[in-house]
Design a protein around this ligand. Sequence first.
Ligand code: H79
Length: 592
Amino acid sequence: MKKIIILIALLNAFTPMIFAQKNIAQDERMEWWRDARFGMFIHWGLYAIPAGEWEGKEYPQIGEWIMKNARIPVAEYEKLAQQFNPVKFNAHDFVMTAKNAGMKYITITSKHHDGFAMFKSEASKYNIVDATPYGKDVIKALADECHKQELKLCFYYSQSRDWHEPNGLDNDWDFPKERDFQKYLDEKVKPQLTELLTNYGLVGMIWFDTPMTISEEQAQSLKNLVRSLQPACIISGRLGGGVETDYKSTGDNVIPAETVSGDWEVPATLNNTWGFKKNDHNWKSPEALTRLLFDIAAKGGNYLLNVGPTAEGVIPQASVDILAKVGKWMKTNSECIYGTKASPYKMEFKWGNITQKPGKLYLGIFNWPGSDFYLEGLKNKVKKVYLLSDKQQKVLPFKEYYNSDTDHHRLKIDLPEEAPDKVVSVVVIEIEGSASVETSICQQADKTILLSGILGEARKGNQPAELNFTARGGGANWLDTGINLTWNFKVENAGTFKVDLVTTETGSHGSPVWQGGQIIKISCAGQQSETIVTDDSREYNPRSQYWKLIHTSAGKIKFEEPGTYQLSLVPENFTENKIGFTFKEINLIPVR
Ligand code: H79
């Protein structure tokens, strides 16, 4: 009997609907997304009206959180709907802004934490068609335009937080008492997801966010619903309940330090907010964004970059202009982004990073070296080298070196003196076979030795310890006494080297201000040095993707002869309020 009931339930769940022709394999579902690499996030909702200010007070945090940050009662916040009239909204403009930037998909907030639906919904009258003077379904207009222009349309949907509903999570100012979360899932979330996956054609993805306490069973039921309605629809990384999704999402604005396998995406802001804030003009530069796009692709991820339209329905001009500049670079260089795979190396380089396609490496050079350029550690035979921006593909001279003592490969390329592109110049290397690289740390052509934090081995006593890095640096748990970080590396040319200890500004979420003053002990080749890390008292801003490298001189080391050496770093006096040590790397620089 039980089996029959389960069977019926299953049949029901998979009742063929318009888009549910078959079960689709993961690879097939992810194909367009893996090729795309670059998408547009749109945070648009009622929060665009207050735009960061409530009752004369400005709120410094992210704009779409104003309802919670100002503890606005539902009855007050709801009234914003009566003012929401985005008459300047034009779906074509949104889509063209994305297309001109080279973006291949759009992910728009269909319902954010404030609970307001930007689409027509039978499940809740609190939606753009039924509750605003505007009265039109902007999601429908955007869906139609995306289908016409062959951009994938994806929906952000806040599945757990809903500050409008007594049974949704996280509104503790109107609804401090117990809630029936399951009832909210059944009566709002599931019906609305069904609407989104039924009324707007093929949906590229549902982007869930902030799962909070959603259970495994509840999350699984949302997943089943999406799968049953549109098997080709991707489910993003923040569903919750430990349920497997189609890819992983990094933290907001968090860029990994190294190449990461599998499918993942960085959701990121253009300024310091997602939803529009009238006074936030802290825009990232097009140059920085272009480099981030390349770097994220090189580490194996997608970049989902946000715009926050105004209450009138326009994307801020500053955002449009910045994205157009990224798009200008993409027009010449998109071959090194679309459909590429992560770098064969684990680490980024001082000069930039690498993407690849079968038989080709794309070197994205941010810091142009002048004429002599060296790529260390590539084992493949090189067939041809040229600039991606050069339509003629004029051959750049190159020479391959191999040192059998150290088993080290080095490729020298003669580049033009001047960078072809001030932001990211792309050098194409055609290789034989699939890319294969050395994993050991070797001395570079200029004789420096780079000990990246991420390549270090963390130990507590003799036990392995965890390392935690993002692009801005990191380290081990420095408060854990007995922690040390070691590197093994090969020295080809002996001599004396300066030890350059590199950290980045400020600390972690727990200690927002850089304290400085920590003592770092370094030992290598029987020599020891002790260094006090320099103070830098700027504020930590998790939404900023800029950081300053702080160089601290940590003495000298002499290598008497070539060979394999070990260096270890030991933190000495870390305490709760001295944890602001965001470690990046150590450079061993030859003293001439
Ligand atoms: O949709 C965007 C954000 O609104 C959402 N995710 C991205 C994609 C998001 N939800 N929660 N968070 C991000 C992180 C929450 C940060 C918080 Fe705070 C810190 C909540 C409370 C303290 C920022 C500062 C918001 C309120 C104060």
